[in-house]
Write a protein that binds this ligand. Structure first.
Ligand code: NI
Length: 208
């Protein structure tokens, strides 16, 4: 199964902590291959294994159109420098974006696909993507970093959902009329933002 469905918020797996990879076996290599294909299909910059329902510490990042996606196994940020505000989105919140504070540059270490121990220094989009994707492995979402959490907004008016984004409308319907969210899974900010996002999704749906 090369392309794997991307889970959308508020799927509970997005709030779980992924487990370290002990052996880079066929299962992990298949996961990496599928995640790369899924990332390409979604025209995304990064994808964490949680987002395809696998709680393993694996992310793939494609931070420039010219280069192939790279897999980062058991990635860790070892140092962060500076702060900057950036516009950010996430494949698990298709169509939405907001302003978050990220580091200017980061140092990270990870295993590559052959098990080699790699250390890198990254800035710009790669630094942002590493912070975003490693957050995913810890159950943290970009919502949690929104600078003004009331300002989650549609990425572009002309946004066209991908096929997997069908979950958005399903989530909208499932959450209507539910007075309480599971507080074990969602932060207060996450809940508030979700409500707002759903409200706006309704408005957008009405406008179409
Ligand atoms: Ni994401």
């Amino acid at each position: 199964m090369p392309i794997r469905p991307i889970l959308t918020f508020p799927n509970s797996l997005l709030r779980k902590r992924a487990k370290p990879v002990k052996n880079i076996d066929n299962e992990i290599m298949n996961l990496i291959r599928d995640m790369k294909e899924t990332l390409t299909e979604a025209s995304g910059i990064g994808l964490a294994a949680n987002q395809v329902g696998v709680l393993k510490r694996v992310v793939v990042i494609s931070n420039s159109p010219e280069s192939d996606a790279v897999a980062y196994i058991n990635p860790e940020i070892t140092h962060r420098t500076g702060k900057r505000d950036v516009v950010e989105g996430c494949l698990s919140f298709p169509g939405y974006s907001g302003i978050v504070t990220r580091s200017v540059s980061v140092s990270a270490r990870y295993l590559d696909e052959s098990g080699g121990k790699i250390k890198i220094a990254a800035d710009e989009l790669l630094a942002q993507a590493l912070e975003h994707e490693i957050d995913h492995l810890n159950g943290i979402l970009f919502l949690d970093h929104l600078k003004e959490h009331e300002k989650l907004s549609m990425t572009t008016p002309e946004y066209r959902p991908h096929t997997h984004d069908i979950n958005v409308s399903v989530n909208v319907q499932n959450n209507q009329g539910e007075p309480e969210f599971n507080k074990k899974l969602y932060t207060k900010i996450g809940i508030d933002d979700l409500k707002l996002a759903l409200d706006r999704a309704e408005i957008i749906k009405d406008a179409e």
